[in-house]
Design a protein around this ligand. Structure first.
Ligand code: NAD
Length: 283
């Protein structure tokens, strides 16, 4: 029976560390500031942005949401970002995805100044991540790495399989695992023999967005299974992994909810605090 990787409690430990860093910043007259921009009314996005704002407030940080109508033009959105780039009270900017189809998410990511790009989507941060240099690491991948480390299983030399190749989740997780010396395979919607590849993984990360797609025969006995997927089935949240059967065979597994989600939000806070520390040092 797998050990459950408790994302909530690991996030709570991280939170304690952050509280101390925020206190130190406050003593130096700096309140870490996070601004989340939401374009449109997508209900899931609305839930995500308000939980980010709430967490910022719970940590005594500045947390603001800029809500823009769905018909906001790309130019208007970029103008808002430029104002925030110049605002000294905001250290981290996040544009909630997905954006309406008339807005080019890449152009938006490039508009955020790299120092405030707390989701690591600016090409400068993405390039630095590729090169293994210090950078702003995307929050969900960063959280996944902390969850994997929490198991105590050594990453070096392990076979890691990532299912999903998005810029925000799959690709950065693959890079981070490779930097820690795992042998990494990335699978996606056109991968042939997915089950065969997945079942060889010592570390299996699922970032697909298909409820219960990963069955127990796709999991190597004893594997570390990180389920990034967030799906809603009949009003209930579930991951990409068929949790009840997977926990019989995996060594460690994250639940949904209560696994990757709480860590993602804590990593967002950590990146904001880190950004505030660096911006304060460079004043
Ligand atoms: P995405 O849609 O951009 O990418 C999904 C990936 O899955 C693609 O690369 C695609 O090739 C792959 N895929 C789709 N169908 C497949 C199949 N049948 N077989 C193999 N691969 C397949 O999504 P994303 O932004 O990377 O997010 C993935 C999931 O993670 C979603 O459920 C999303 O809600 C969730 N998510 C969770 C958090 C969190 O904090 N827990 C954060 C971000 C995303």
């Amino acid at each position: 029976m797998a050990q459950i990787i408790d994302g909530k409690s690991i996030a709570a430990t991280e939170r304690e560390l952050l509280v101390a860093r925020i206190e130190k910043l406050k003593a130096a007259g700096v309140i870490p500031g996070l601004c989340v921009i939401l374009v449109g009314e997508d209900p899931a996005s609305l839930t995500y942005v308000s939980s980010k704002e709430k967490m910022a407030h719970a940590l005594n940080m500045k947390g603001v949401i800029h809500r823009l109508p769905a018909e906001t033009s790309q130019q208007e959105l970029i103008k808002q970002i430029e104002l925030l780039n110049a605002d000294d009270s905001i250290h981290g900017i996040l544009v909630q995805l997905p954006l309406p189809p008339h807005i080019d998410a890449d152009a938006v990511a490039e508009a955020i100044m790299p120092e405030k790009d707390i989701d690591g989507l600016h090409p400068l941060n993405a390039g630095r991540l590729l090169a293994g240099r210090p950078c702003m690491i995307p929050c969900t991948p960063n959280g996944c790495m902390e969850l994997i480390r929490s198991t105590g299983v050594s990453i070096s030399g392990k076979t890691a399989v990532i299912i999903g190749r998005s810029n925000i989740v799959g690709k950065p997780i693959a890079l981070l695992l490779m930097h820690e010396h795992a042998t990494v395979t990335i699978c996606h919607s056109r991968t042939k023999e997915l089950a065969k590849i997945a079942s060889q993984a010592d570390i299996l990360v699922c970032a697909i967005g298909r409820p219960g797609m990963i069955k127990k025969e796709m999991i190597k006995p004893g594997a570390v299974v990180i389920d990034v997927g967030i799906n809603r089935v009949n009003g209930k949240l579930c991951g990409d992994v068929e949790f009840n059967e997977a926990k019989e065979i995996a060594g460690y597994i994250t639940p949904v909810p209560g696994g990757v989600g709480p860590m993602t939000i804590m990593m967002l806070m950590r990146n904001t605090v880190e950004a505030a520390e660096k911006q304060n040092m460079n004043k």
